[in-house]
Design a protein around this ligand. Structure first.
Ligand code: ZN
Length: 347
């Protein structure tokens, strides 16, 4: 009799567990599919920017934080993230590796035959996953932290293409002069921590789980050129002190999960990067779903990041602090002449 009762009890628990699992799956499916529409975000149209002309510095946004700067002679790639691990790869920490055929195609499609430097904002996979494979297909130097250097070494990049940068020191690549400034990563991890924190202390061999791309220190990247200076922030962390005396023309800033840090934080981030540096253009980046295939720009699920809310704040900050500043949403793969001043035509 007791045995029969125990059996009924176990059956009931089994049914309840199965129903809970189904319910959880339904809720998760709903949350993952609740994505804001990127077309609904109000923004200044990109055609406020002049058409790129020969010799004019352009910046091409290639999704997430990857940016290609080009002055016609020299190209600088900020970040290198082309392969796109899936949501399941990230959640279950499945080993991932470079999508070589795709990288080859991207290097051809975007004419990256004059790459002088590849500079990740930090060493997380969504910034630095493909830097080694790209460097191996060019003569570009990989510049960054010791962790970034270990990503390069793990991919077999020759040591003479690996440059561990001294923060605050200027490095010249053609007419570009690049300075890395120490900057904290955005505190978007558990209780304000940096996700996948720590350093990569040995060559990172692939395949590896996304968690093995440790942050390794983050940078504000200052890219100066006779035509203008860009300040690039691949993560929404900032150091007031590091930016204190910096003057720039254009700021390209990550807004990934900025809404989760609150309006006050977002406003201080704006003031440090935009108001304080005197830039005339602001381009948000890293608002797109990093698990989307390369070239497909869609917003992440609202539960992960609410970009329409962030975009609303940015418009308010511009209205409050910097009405002369243009707020521009970059279009994937389109070279933008980011500076107002065009060079005098060479004779
Ligand atoms: Zn990061």
């Amino acid at each position: 009799m007791d045995f029969e009762r125990a059996r009924q009890y176990a059956t009931r628990i089994g049914v309840a567990a199965a129903l809970s699992a189904v319910l959880l799956a339904i809720v998760l499916t709903f949350l993952i599919n609740d994505r804001p529409d990127i077309g609904a975000v109000e923004w200044l149209p990109v055609d406020d920017i002049a058409e790129p002309a020969p010799g004019v510095v352009t910046m091409t946004w290639l999704g997430v934080g990857t940016l290609l700067f080009d002055d016609g002679d020299t190209q600088i790639l900020v970040d290198g993230f082309v392969s796109r691990p899936s949501l399941a790869d990230i959640v279950f920490r499945r080993p991932v590796t470079n999508d070589i055929p795709l990288i080859n195609r991207v290097l051809l499609d975007y004419d990256m035959e004059r790459l002088a430097a590849i500079i990740p904002a930090h060493s997380h996979f969504d910034h630095a996953m493909d830097i080694g494979a790209i460097a191996n297909r060019s003569s570009a130097s990989i510049m960054g932290s010791e962790s970034t250097a270990n990503i390069a070494r793990g991919s077999g990049v020759p040591e003479d293409q690996v440059l561990v940068a001294e923060p605050g020191t200027e490095y010249a690549f053609g007419e570009f002069r690049v300075t890395l400034l120490n900057s904290p990563h955005a505190p978007i991890g558990w209780r304000g921590a940096t996700p996948f924190s720590g350093t990569i202390d040995a060559p990172l061999e692939l395949p590896a789980s996304v968690g093995e791309w440790r942050e390794g220190g983050s940078f504000s990247i200052v890219i100066a050129h006779p035509q203008g200076t860009a300040l690039v922030h691949g993560s929404a962390g900032f150091s007031q002190e590091a930016l204190e005396r910096l003057q720039a023309d254009v700021v390209i800033k990550s807004v990934a999960q900025l809404n989760s840090l609150g309006r006050n934080y977002a406003e201080r981030y704006w003031q440090a990067l935009v108001t304080g540096t005197g830039v005339y253009r602001v381009l948000p980046i890293h608002f797109d779903d990093l698990t989307a295939p390369f070239g497909e720009i869609r917003l992440p699920p609202r539960i992960v990041d609410d970009f329409p809310q962030t975009a609303g704040w940015l418009r308010e900050f511009r209205q409050t602090w910097d009405q002369d500043v243009n707020l521009i949403m970059p279009t994937f793969g389109e070279p933008l002449a980011i500076y107002l001043v065009s060079p005098a035509p060479s004779s």
